[in-house]
Design a protein around this ligand. Structure first.
Ligand SMILES: NC(=O)c1ccc[n+]([C@@H]2O[C@H](COP(=O)([O-])OP(=O)(O)OC[C@H]3O[C@@H](n4cnc5c(N)ncnc54)[C@H](O)[C@@H]3O)[C@@H](O)[C@H]2O)c1
Length: 401
């Protein structure tokens, strides 16, 4: 079977790597640089080993392309493109629409279309299917299904194989074919009663994380004002063997999922007249954390950061990845610069970002730790400045949340 995967980023390439063992994969991406890199056997995604891509290329089971016509003879197509927020922080389905256009204009025989991109309930039924039909010159009866992706890039213990996969087709035939596809490389498939349930479950999973992170971020501020350790208090609460799940405070949330998906849920809720005040407030609390961190740093440093050199340590949104999408470090840096600080950053995994390069881990007046990669030595961070503020809870004997 020939499988087209539209989008060769975190999600699409991960699927390509797993599915390549069983199917011939056409990895379609409109970024020519990524296509060239992949065809030379080099992966740009943490967690997808270049050797796997190279093995599938050598076995003629994988090819990346930005030529849409190469999708014309696939039997199944997976959509794995970004679903960001637009400038007014509402769901932006333009990438999905572009993927639908690619399918509609190039695939003229009936195939199974599976959406893995995260979006609000109703996207498959009310947006993807009509959009593909609109772009198709003649009527083609594709099958449609959703299987929201749950991959956590950089994670070792859970992957495509051992993470249960939700799915639902618009028809029983679509569901059956979707099960057949994923059962080759996923251990556990969970069929839900409608695509809307699968879409909503994915959004709720990440909203659950966002709300709990906001709660612990608010609690970090409460604990500080009470003069007690947030970490000791959380460890104490975590001794309860049931009914509690430990989340830890941070400078905010980042990545393509936690800052974005809850807003998709809130938007669709409000469109249907249901309040989403809790979700909206959680988002605000997380966004406000960067200001809280900088307020604390400023207060500890004589009430002014003007002219001080501040090194932000770790700008990726989480440890051990190079992903800077929606990273809280960006807001921390903005607040520091607004207050007159001379800001540089250190992150050897990210390397370069917004035209700036990673600075040496030394010689600053102040260091603010946003993300601690495993490769960074704690003692080097502690000695990088006379004052260190840690938002990760990983450093001893410094200031922090
Ligand atoms: N990154 C994650 O950890 C993660 C986890 C679960 C779900 N998701 C969801 O999966 C979807 C994809 O996210 P991602 O992290 O893989 O994004 P990504 O930015 O890493 O990759 C998307 C790729 O799609 C390509 N692309 C964009 N428009 C295209 C088009 N019209 N045709 C062909 N290629 C196109 C881009 O060049 C890019 O390489 C999103 O909906 C996201 O919310 C992401």
């Amino acid at each position: 079977m020939k499988v087209g995967i539209i989008g060769q980023g975190y999600v699409g390439l991960t699927i390509s790597a797993f599915a390549g063992r069983f199917f011939e994969i056409i990895g379609f991406d409109n970024n020519a640089l990524i296509v060239d890199q992949l065809n030379s056997g080099v992966s740009h995604i943490e967690g997808v080993d270049s050797s796997v891509i190279k093995t599938w290329i050598d076995a003629e089971r994988y090819r990346a392309t930005n030529v849409a016509a190469e999708l014309s003879d696939v039997d199944l197509v997976v959509i794995a493109v970004p679903t960001p927020l637009s400038a007014d922080r509402t769901p932006d389905l333009t990438y999905i629409d572009a993927a639908c256009k690619t399918i509609g204009e190039n695939i003229r025989k009936p195939v199974l279309v599976i959406n893995e991109s995260t979006s609000f309930p109703g996207t498959l039924r009310n947006f993807i299917k009509p959009s593909i039909e609109r772009y198709s010159k003649e009527k083609v009866d594709h099958l449609y299904a959703i299987s929201p992706e749950r991959v956590d890039p950089g994670r070792g213990d859970y992957n495509q194989k051992n993470t249960p996969r939700l799915f639902a087709g618009l028809t029983p035939e679509a569901s059956n074919k979707t099960r057949e596809f994923y059962s080759k490389f996923c251990d556990q498939l969970v069929h839900v009663s409608s695509p809307e349930v699968a879409e909503a479950a994915k959004l709720f999973e990440n909203t659950f994380r966002q709300v709990n992170i906001a709660l612990v971020n608010e609690f970090a501020q409460i604990a500080h004002s009470l003069g007690i350790s947030v970490y000791e208090t959380l460890d104490a609460a975590n001794t309860k063997p049931y009914g509690f799940m430990k989340f830890t405070p941070s400078a905010g949330v980042g990545g393509h999922c936690i800052p974005v998906d809850p807003t998709y849920l809130a938007a669709v809720a409000e469109e249907h007249g249901a309040p989403a005040t809790f979700i909206r407030r959680a988002n605000e609390v997380n966004l406000e954390m960067s200001k809280y961190v900088v307020d604390r740093v400023e207060a500890d440093n004589g009430g002014s950061l003007a002219g001080k050199s501040v090194l932000v340590v770790g700008i990726a949104y989480k440890p051990n990845v190079a992903d800077v999408r929606e990273t809280a470090a960006e807001l921390v840096i903005e607040h520091l610069r607004d207050r007159g600080a001379v800001v540089s950053w250190h992150d050897e995994i990210v390397g370069t970002w917004k035209g700036e390069t990673s600075a040496r881990l030394e010689g600053a007046d102040i260091a603010v730790v946003v993300t601690m990669h495993d490769s960074v030595k704690a003692e080097n961070v502690v000695s990088s400045a006379p004052y260190v503020f840690d938002t990760t809870g990983k450093l001893k004997n410094v200031q922090g949340l």
